[in-house]
Design a protein around this ligand. Structure first.
Ligand code: FAD
Length: 354
């Protein structure tokens, strides 16, 4: 009962997004109430309340540790990172019937212009609630050459990135994935499993998909170490319906129109441009090896983006999908994990040369 009540409380906490300032209430409220209740019962029974309370605390901590270990061992696959790559992998794996756990602290906002390209929309469609602006076309400048492309109908969209991430994660949860909001500190490959450690404990799974973007963790797992440095500013300038790209030697910049403002971004290979704004990294192409024993890399972690303008949303979603399909085929013996390298190359890398 106690454990079920605590688990339910944790679930509620995850769903209603409790502000950090009152987070501790959920950790201690129930334990305190139960402690007081037990004290009262013991008082009535005439036992030494302090000793009994101490015994209760010890028992509680032990039960919590044991249940964490037991319940956390029940997953087939852990997907690390709930960006577009991770949420897509998890949705796919859950819909294929695998017990899937997503691990992401969900404590940082992704810096992104939020442009969904035509190839993305063709493959995955568009949810209107996420759209900030339908794009009529794009303007591209290279040195002093300028071109404007106007679409016959809307094929590209400017979306709200935060809502987009929550939407994709929600789809994975609806498909059956579980989420724990923790940061993975290390991953150990064992003979027949993967041991994942967070500050709060460890989880053993059969396989893991690393979709943690460009992060310390993905780099520990063979992820990309080559990237461009970006700075993006929010400006309350009047947006129009065109996405603008400006390619100049050594610097690449863009203007992404949103509902009531624009995002102006700059990217350089030499370090962060010396401009105030939010910072982010874009990979510069896929890593040589996107799989290893029981592990697959997806999205930015694997370096899957278009090197032309840094488009990564399509590539991260698609690589997350291919990773999940290959993993499923490897589990059922139809393929091996190394096929992910080939499938990724065929479906993603070949498009880079377009
Ligand atoms: C400035 C900028 C603008 C961009 N604009 C566009 C654009 O307009 N269109 C486009 O298509 N692409 C754009 N991109 C690229 C796009 O944002 C990325 O390619 C895409 O977000 C990659 O998705 P992902 O799921 O691989 O990683 P991410 O979106 O980076 O998600 C990684 C997730 O992993 C989690 N994580 C990290 N470390 C850990 C850990 N140790 N344990 C657990 N979880 C962890 C993070 O919290 C995060 O949720 C832009 C990128 C930048 C930097």
């Amino acid at each position: 009962m106690l454990i079920a009540a605590l688990a339910a409380l944790d679930e509620i906490k995850d769903i209603i997004q409790i502000p950090k300032s009152i987070d501790f209430v959920f950790e201690y409220r129930l334990i305190l109430k139960l402690g007081v209740l037990i004290l009262v019962i013991l008082k009535i029974m005439g036992l030494n309340a302090l000793i009994a309370l101490f015994a209760f605390d010890v028992a509680y901590i032990m039960i919590e540790r044991i249940t964490l270990r037991v319940f956390r061992m029940k997953y087939d696959v852990a997907v690390i990172g709930a960006g577009p790559a991770g949420s897509m992998s998890a949705s796919k794996l859950s819909s294929l019937g695998y017990r899937t756990l997503i691990i992401d602290p969900r404590d940082t906002k992704k810096v992104c212009a939020g442009i969904l390209t035509a190839q993305y929309v063709r493959k995955y469609g568009i949810n209107e609630d996420l759209v900030e602006r339908e794009l009529k076309g794009s303007r591209i400048s290279f040195r002093d050459i300028h071109a404007q492309i106007t679409y016959r109908k809307a094929v590209e969209y400017s979306i709200n990135r935060e809502s987009y991430d929550s939407f994709n994660l929600n789809e994975a949860i609806v498909a059956g994935s579980d989420l724990i909001k923790e940061r993975v500190s290390s991953i150990e490959k064992k003979e027949s499993s993967i041991l994942i450690k967070t500050k709060k404990g460890s989880i053993t799974v059969d396989y893991a998909i690393i979709a943690s973007g460009i992060s310390d963790l993905s780099q520990l797992c063979g992820g990309t170490k080559k990237y461009a440095f970006c700075v993006q500013q929010k400006k309350y300038l009047k947006p129009d319906d065109y996405y603008e790209i400006d390619l100049q030697p050594g610097i690449y910049s863009w203007v992404a129109p949103k509902k009531d403002h624009v995002l102006i971004g700059y990217s350089s290979l030499e370090g962060y441009p010396d401009i105030p704004g939010e910072k982010g990294l874009i990979p510069l192409g896929p890593v040589k090896k996107t799989f290893s024993k029981r592990l697959l890399l997806a999205g930015d972690a694997a370096g899957f983006v278009s090197p032309f303008e840094g488009e990564g949303l399509y590539y991260s979603r698609r690589s997350g999908e291919i990773a999940a399909e290959t993993l499923s085929d490897a589990i059922t013996g139809k393929k091996s994990l190394s096929d992910y390298q080939l499938d990724g190359k065929k479906n993603l890398i070949s498009q880079h040369s377009l």
